[in-house]
Write a protein that binds this ligand. Structure first.
Ligand SMILES: O=P(O)(O)O[C@H]1O[C@H](CO)[C@@H](O)[C@H]1O
Ligand SMILES: Nc1nc2[nH]cnc2c(=O)[nH]1
Length: 301
């Protein structure tokens, strides 16, 4: 078993391994084993996996059992793909995502998004745990992502590197309004409905490679660049989703404040980050359910 997991972790590092046919094979494997046909795919961030536990009438697939799928190696990421109903709407949910620092290339981290697309998902909801770089933020805030800075892309690392398969999308494409402004507007309405408007923010996210948290100098630099929240995921998933024409909605749960001065004692650690997610699970469950319901009814209009 250990050798099998090892091979799933390191094998096929190249994005080229995930050809259209390979991804179609994964999608077909899943479609043959569930009757659900979700239009919404959800990625649960660190400590946010309990969202998947709110689904009803589920068909679950441990990542180990899905052909060509990597495995989750991070605490707080169960490693399961769950199909089910959220607020009566069929969805598929990644209970655990893949990160670059686990040793996976970005294309491999983002590969499940293409599987969602092939399954028929038109919308992606990506959630993550992130550190607040904006001093106005507080732990427990929910930051709607209005934009991102693809820092890893600046260094030439992009999930779409390599030959482009036009069946997914064009070689070159724009990223303006990638985070659907209408959905963000609706999220603000929902936040008011459920009484969390004072904890709701809207800002810019960036993904660093990790696994270490940031130095004070890095936080200062990123803050000057206009970054409000820092994490180690999501950007490459969103780029991949946008490439294949999916509508994107994403938010960060601010699980810690980034260390902004040398005098501060750094308190954040992964366990407390996961703990903040768990504390917010009820609210976030309600929030995401209402977003999903909105997407579903808008699509029917
Ligand atoms: O982005 P998600 O998966 O929510 O996880 C975030 O939390 C972990 C650090 O505690 C990192 O993996 C970071 O990316
Ligand atoms: N890079 C980074 N990722 C996180 N994930 C949760 N908190 C943090 C943080 O402070 N920095």
């Amino acid at each position: 078993m250990a050798a099998f997991i090892e091979s799933k972790q390191s094998g096929g590092g190249s994005s080229r391994m995930y050809t259209y046919d390979t991804l179609q094979e994964i999608a077909t494997y899943l479609l043959e084993r569930t009757e659900l046909r979700p239009k919404v795919g959800i990625i649960c961030g660190s400590g946010l996996g309990t969202l998947a536990e709110q689904l009803t009438d589920v068909d679950s697939f441990d990542y180990e059992t899905i052909p060509h799928f990597p495995v989750s190696t991070v605490a707080g990421h169960v490693g399961r793909l769950v199909f089910g109903y959220l607020a009566g709407v069929p969805v598929m949910c990644m209970q655990g995502r893949f990160h670059h620092y686990e040793g996976y290339p970005l294309a491999k981290c983002a590969m499940p998004v293409r599987v969602m697309h092939l399954i028929g998902c038109t919308h992606l909801i990506a959630t993550n745990a992130a550190g607040g770089a904006n001093p106005k933020y507080r732990v427990g805030d929910i930051m709607l992502i209005k934009d991102h800075i693809n820092l890893m892309g600046f260094a030439g690392n992009n999930p779409l590197q390599g030959p482009n398969d036009e069946r997914f999308g064009p070689r070159f494409f724009g990223m303006a309004n990638t985070y659907d402004p209408k959905l963000n507007q609706q999220a603000k309405v929902i936040a008011r409905q459920i009484g969390i408007e004072n904890e709701l923010r809207e800002g810019v996210y960036t993904c660093l490679g990790g696994p270490n948290f940031e130095t004070v100098a890095e936080v200062k630099m990123l803050s000057m660049l206009g970054v409000d929240a820092i994490g180690m995921s999501t950007v490459h998933e969103i780029i991949t989703a946008r490439h294949c024409g999916m509508t994107c909605f994403a938010f960060s749960l601010i699980t810690n404040m980034c260390t902004m001065s040398y005098e501060e004692e750094e308190e954040h650690c992964h366990d407390s980050i996961v703990g903040v997610g768990k504390n917010r699970e009820k609210t976030l469950g309600e929030f995401v359910s209402r977003i999903v319901k909105h997407i579903h009814y808008e699509a029917k209009k």
